[in-house]
Design a protein around this ligand. Structure first.
Ligand SMILES: Nc1ncnc2c1ncn2[C@@H]1O[C@H](COP(=O)(O)OP(=O)(O)OP(=O)(O)O)[C@@H](O)[C@H]1O
Length: 305
């Protein structure tokens, strides 16, 4: 069942159209990614569906509620962590959570939340004394404090080191495992590949693709390459007989097999049938990065056209 429905969303800032025509649906229990270059309209889109901005056109429904006309009801079931959501410097972690909890009819247990997010020891610390990773954990905790059914996380791991980023990904997975639907805005392809069930790729205010990360990567249409040292001789003709293989190259004892589609599966199945072991196997596949670059246009100014 779709918990978020966005249909032909349109938003202008003065004369500039930030979101031309954005449509997608998010199913219950998904981690759904919104990807796109700077200025593509990602934040504007999630602000419109969180009720923080008024759309100029289109239809939006979150858990059956309209974010503009039913904003108060929506706030009780939607958690939002937005880019650069700074708190007063002296506010302590527990105070921030208690303050936010007071806005909700069904607040989460604050001690439980502190434990889950690894913030128990920092409960008495002022916001400005937290590290970047701890501030992000607090941001997630604040988005979760109302026991929401849907959370929106915007650029959650920007500025975090690889350890803190991975720890934050685990937290997002825990949030999803607790039954919460997650809408994640991100710039990091690795993050989308690791976390998202599906992603919408937005470019210049329009959706250019909605797919699984693997499905999007496949659309990049890039050649796949496998290199390995076969344990037994293997005739080129056998490899070339596979529909997925376009070329076979020789580098001394190494074979390089070039092709498209599900090349890895086709070649490894052939090797298994022939009981040949692929030594030093290396695979170069199209990635979400390739899809991002081929399906979107970089805008150095960040402006949309
Ligand atoms: N408050 C605003 N007033 C005027 N223009 C705005 C405002 N907020 C965003 N814009 C413009 O709308 C367009 C989309 O911005 P938005 O922040 O939604 O993009 P984004 O995809 O989230 O970008 P980024 O990845 O850089 O965060 C940009 O051209 C931006 O300059």
């Amino acid at each position: 069942m779709a918990v978020i429905e966005v249909e032909r969303l349109h938003k202008r800032y003065g004369d500039e159209v930030a979101v031309h025509d954005v449509s997608f649906e998010v199913e219950r229990g998904e981690i759904f990614g919104v990807l796109g270059p700077n200025g593509a309209g990602k934040t504007t889109t999630v602000e419109c569906l969180s009720g923080l901005r008024r759309r100029d056109g289109g239809r939006v429904s979150v858990l059956g509620l309209d974010p503009v006309t039913e904003r108060d009801a929506l706030r009780q079931v939607l958690g939002v962590q937005l880019q650069h959501s700074a708190l007063p410097e002296r506010l302590r972690v527990r105070e921030a959570l208690e303050l936010y909890a007071s806005f909700y009819r069904r607040p989460a247990d604050i001690d439980g939340l502190l434990t889950r997010l690894g913030l128990t020891e920092k409960a008495g610390a002022a916001y400005k004394r937290l590290s970047g990773g701890q501030q992000q954990r607090l941001a997630i905790a604040l988005a979760m404090v109302g026991s929401p059914q849907v959370v929106v996380l915007d650029e959650l791991t920007t500025g975090l080191d690889p350890h803190a980023r991975r720890a934050t990904w685990e937290l997002v997975e825990q949030v999803r495992d607790a039954g919460v639907t997650v809408l994640l805005v991100t710039h990091f392809m690795e993050e989308a590949e690791r976390l998202c069930d599906r992603v919408a790729l937005i470019d210049a205010g329009r959706v250019v693709a909605v797919d699984t990360p693997a499905g999007l990567a496949a659309r990049a249409g890039r050649e796949q390459r496998m290199r390995f040292r076969p344990s037994e001789p293997l005739a080129d003709a056998e490899l070339l007989a596979l529909a997925e293989v376009t070329r076979v190259l020789h580098h001394g004892p190494q074979l390089e097999v070039v092709g498209t589609g599900n090349l890895v599966h086709a070649v490894t199945s052939l090797l298994a049938r022939r009981q040949i072991i692929a030594g030093d196997l290396r695979v170069e596949q199209a990635t979400l990065d390739d899809a991002f670059v081929s399906l979107t246009h970089a805008t150095t100014s960040g402006a949309t056209s």
